[in-house]
Write a protein that binds this ligand. Sequence first.
Ligand code: ASP
Ligand code: MG
Length: 428
Amino acid sequence: MSDVANSGSPLSGAAARPRLVMKFGGTSVANIERIRNVARHVKREIEAGFDVAVVVSAMSGKTNELVAWCKEASPLHDAREYDAVVASGEQVTSGLLAIVLQDMGVQARSWQGWQIPILTDQAHGSARIESIDGSEIVKRFSERSEVAVVAGFQGMHKATGRIATLGRGGSDTSAVALAAAIGAARCDIYTDVDGVYTTDPRIVPKARRLEKVAFEEMLEMASLGAKVLQVRSVEVAMVHKVPTYVRSSFDDPAHPQSGTLICAEEDIMEAQVVTGIAFSRDEAQITLRRVADKPGVAAAIFVPLADANINVDMIIQVVSDDQASTDITFTVPSADYDRARAILEKASSTIGFASVTGATDVVKVSAIGIGMRSHAGVAARAFKALSEKGINIRAITTSEIKFSVLIDAAYTELAVRTLHSLYGLDKA
Ligand code: ASP
Ligand code: MG
């Protein structure tokens, strides 16, 4: 089971007040003054009529420091002890926010993952949530009007009782899963940007904040390199249909601004053909020349890579002209490039190829939009526009709601800007 938040039985005594989960990232809780600002946001929502559970990250930079300490203590450390160490950052901020809320006259208490409990599988360091029992939190909403301040990023492995963490950026997943478990009307993710943009505004100054994004689009954007949410949190939001609102924690709590709502496709009235342009520099290309053109060759190449946990993304096999051999090009994450080449060299006698070449100075640029399902020729327009700029396409992949092209990294900005204008995404 994967991150299935399940409160078990239906929560008793359906409260009159709607429930809200509010999640604050590391920069939003970086010091006591910012934690006070977080508390003001929380107080506003309580006054607006919500019962609130807050999920907090560690203070910014804290988790990196804790991770580094584990590595310094021993490069090959026990993953369970790593989790005991790195989960501590969130324990600190959950307690601090509860103190600050109490100081403002708001009833509040902190919760560690094991106290709720948030139960996980045993994959220490990147565990998945299996269930959340939200009943005590909900009971305290109605009996004491008490805000639950939950440490993000952590849970407990059921069988062993050990603390487990959910992978970097995992507080997003804690928040969305908790929202599903307590039947929250919405999950608000407060962060250091004010929403999801059509593309990275640092690359394209004309990028716009999107009002709404469909779950599926957000899943593609997050997987393709948009860093605003942990990919797994979007999966959980999509499966449990939790409307998730990305917004800025630096707003004046008295005058909150709009963000981006991630919601079901049905709730988006006018779907654009293309909603966003993503890019990832984390790609490398490998080409095998003169591979035998016979059954079983693709398996001989890709099974050893899969066994080594290397994710192959784009694959191109050239039609052979001699009927005997062919070229195969594919991409792997750049972090796995050396390992992938070593594996292929080792398997060269079973695969049979003339040479292996590769490139790491490549980038994958993708266009995403649910409107692609109902429009033909969306990718074709991109190929034309890129060629007019003299940009060579090394590989292409398409799916129902996205297409990606692999190009030379030097053309990243030009390609992203070209596609952003082509699909009418530039700010008016
Ligand atoms: N503190 C954890 C991290 O830095 C979890 C999170 O912030 O979401 O990865
Ligand atoms: Mg984050």
